[in-house]
Write a new protein. Structure first.
Length: 256
């Protein structure tokens, strides 16, 4: 359950970015938002590319399609895996730009969770309607993006001044004209277990990323195949093939 102050900062549609140190309560906050907004707006709830769908409650669906379902609420935990900043140097950044620009028109509330925004695509960071920060270390602040360091510095100071309260129960928020520390910001969602915060334990890194690392620039065909595999689809939507510059006459030999 969310503190009413925090709940009022969460938009019905748009992007929310959650960051903080390991074990600070980022995932717990994300799923608390997911549950509260699902009950409030009656929209279907999803998690993107969740490695252990068997632990999800029946009302939360797992999706591997980066073109997230319209009129939905979606948690993207460990968001850098699918929306990494290095993709900005490649054609994949076109998709990220389109997604962040149209998320509100599609009625999506996307909740991105990451330990550091440096790993996350700049378009996701810049397009956020709410920036929620859990407890940080000095190293977290020093090694993150230079443009958001002033915000992280304020959050770090606020957490350092806390007395007689578990910092995991607090959230520093920046949304609209509001900026400040919210004490008792949330309680765990009704279905919460520590398995959610450690869901990637035992999962292959290649399995999680969807593609194996390789050097050199991909051809359009190779890029289309890599994106198809990451999406878990038998074929790509035609609009995405066009966005990648593939002609209408292109006849892919999709692998099963």
């Amino acid at each position: 359950m969310l503190n009413p102050i925090l709940a009022n900062l969460i938009p019905e549609e748009g992007l929310i970015l959650i960051t903080g140190d390991i074990g600070s309560g980022k995932s717990c906050l994300a799923y608390a938002i997911l549950e509260d907004m699902h009950l409030k707006y009656k929209k279907p709830a999803y998690v993107f590319n969740f490695p252990r769908p068997e632990i999800l409650p029946p009302w939360i669906y797992n999706t591997t399609d980066p073109e997230l379902p319209e009129d939905s609420i979606v948690v993207i935990d460990e968001a850098y895996i699918a929306f990494h900043s290095r993709n900005s140097m490649r054609e994949e950044s076109r998709f990220i730009d389109m997604f962040t620009g149209l998320v509100r028109q599609k009625g999506i509330l996307a909740i991105f969770v990451t330990q550091t925004t440096r790993k996350l695509d700049r378009g996701v960071v810049a397009s956020s309607q709410a920036f929620l920060i859990k407890k940080l270390t000095r190293m977290n602040v020093r090694l993150d993006r230079s443009e958001i360091k002033p915000i992280l510095e304020e959050a770090h100071r606020a957490f350092s001044d806390l007395k007689d309260i578990d910092p995991r129960k607090c959230t520093y928020a920046l949304a609209g004209d509001f900026e400040g520390l919210i004490k008792h910001s949330n309680t765990p969602p009704s279905f919460w277990t520590e398995d959610f915060s450690k869901a990637w334990k035992g999962v292959s890194l290649n399995e999680g990323s969807g593609t194996k690392a390789r050097s050199g620039r991909r051809s359009k065909r190779e890029l289309a195949e890599a994106i198809r595999m990451a999406m878990g689809q038998t074929k790509l939507p035609r609009w995405l093939e066009r966005m990648l510059g593939l002609p209408d006459s292109w006849a892919p030999d999709y692998k099963s």
